[in-house]
Design a protein around this ligand. Structure first.
Ligand SMILES: Cc1cc2nc3c(=O)[nH]c(=O)nc-3n(C[C@H](O)[C@H](O)[C@H](O)COP(=O)(O)OP(=O)(O)OC[C@H]3O[C@@H](n4cnc5c(N)ncnc54)[C@H](O)[C@@H]3O)c2cc1C
Length: 300
């Protein structure tokens, strides 16, 4: 802990929070401006940590509302206005940085309500009962099998165990070197898993990320299997907001950025970036120009 933080705690001064995921210094040493292009999760997260560090940050979002793929926007009905969202979003427990950002607007994350199951779980046992599993992949696999009634030991016996080995041994470089040119479909077929087990264990990854197994990299699928099912104690446990995303997330995050001296501009589609001495000139479709030393591109 930095000396200034310790002193702050001792004398009860509220510290500015800076995302632990980012590293670096807590405050910029001199005034500096940054433009963030895109007001989804990535852009607003960047704006939060920059503003907290004292960067004069401007978010430029093309749409009338924030959030991008996690957006919510008003639609006029005949007798009412309804907030519409893209669809269901799971707030996974292992998304540590995103949850750290959300704690800015709700320190206890009270707006997130646990969802006590996932299609892969039996639904008979609440996930909490399994608690934090040891981070050893084989044990996690065992736990996964125990809580997935559609998977039986017989399924594992029928699997090609040599083909299945890479699933347990994910490595960020070696896995991609070995499997990036194989499709998820080819790898899964080689495992000889029964169809139902294959659908439950693996199709979730291609469906959730809008990939077809025949086009998705096997390395990518192994990485996701590792992160979500084997390598991570939080696994597939997740929560959901009890309010719409605009009310629960985007409005309070905007206020947080503004409180730290930043600004958020919607309906500002960036059309051009030009280098100029000392930084960048960022132009938007309405003819406005923004100058900044730094630009963060957080577009889709
Ligand atoms: C239906 C659906 C379900 C999903 N379910 C989950 C889930 O359960 N759990 C989960 O973790 N993730 C889920 N995701 C994925 C998650 O929503 C995305 O990974 C995340 O929202 C992406 O955030 P982002 O900031 O990177 O991009 P985006 O949300 O795409 O934000 C990019 C922003 O940039 C803006 N932009 C683009 N071009 C310009 C420009 N020229 N000028 C200014 N602004 C610009 C866009 O308008 C947009 O607002 C789901 C996605 C969808 C669509």
């Amino acid at each position: 802990m930095a000396l200034s933080q310790m002193l702050g705690r001792l004398i009860g001064v509220r510290q500015r929070v800076v995302d632990p995921g980012g590293g670096g210094t807590a405050r910029v040493p001199r005034p500096v401006e940054a433009v963030v292009v895109g007001g989804g999760i990535a852009g607003m997260s960047a704006a939060v940590v920059l503003a907290e560090r004292g960067v004069a940050v401007t978010v430029l979002e093309a749409a009338p509302t924030l959030g991008g793929r996690l957006g919510a926007w008003p639609e006029a009905l005949t007798d009412d206005t309804q907030l519409i969202e893209h669809g269901f979003h799971a707030f996974f427990r292992q998304y540590y940085n995103w949850r750290a950002i959300l704690r800015r607007v709700d320190p206890g994350l009270g707006f997130l309500k646990p969802i006590p199951g996932y299609p892969i779980l039996s639904g008979q046992w609440p996930t909490e009962e399994f608690g934090r599993l040891p981070p050893a992949a084989p044990l996690n696999l065992l736990a996964l099998l125990l809580r997935s009634p559609s998977l039986r030991l017989a399924d594992l016996r029928r699997m090609d165990q040599d083909a299945a080995l890479p699933l347990l041994g994910y490595h960020p470089v070696r896995t991609y070197a070995e499997f990036d040119t194989t499709t998820a479909d080819q790898l899964l077929t080689s495992l000889k898993l029964p169809d139902r087990a294959r659908a439950m264990l693996f199709e979730v990854f291609s469906h959730s990320f809008f990939n077809r197994e025949a086009e998705m990299s096997a390395a990518e699928m192994i990485a996701q299997f590792h992160f979500y099912l084997l390598g991570n104690p939080e696994g597939l446990a997740f929560d959901c907001p009890d309010e719409d995303y605009a009310t629960a997330i985007w409005q309070p995050l905007t206020r947080h950025v503004e409180k730290h001296g930043g600004r958020v501009v919607t309906e500002a589609a960036v059309t051009r970036l030009d280098r100029e001495p000392g930084g960048w000139r960022v132009r938007t479709a309405d003819g406005s120009a923004y100058r900044a030393a730094h630009v963060v591109l957080a577009v889709d």
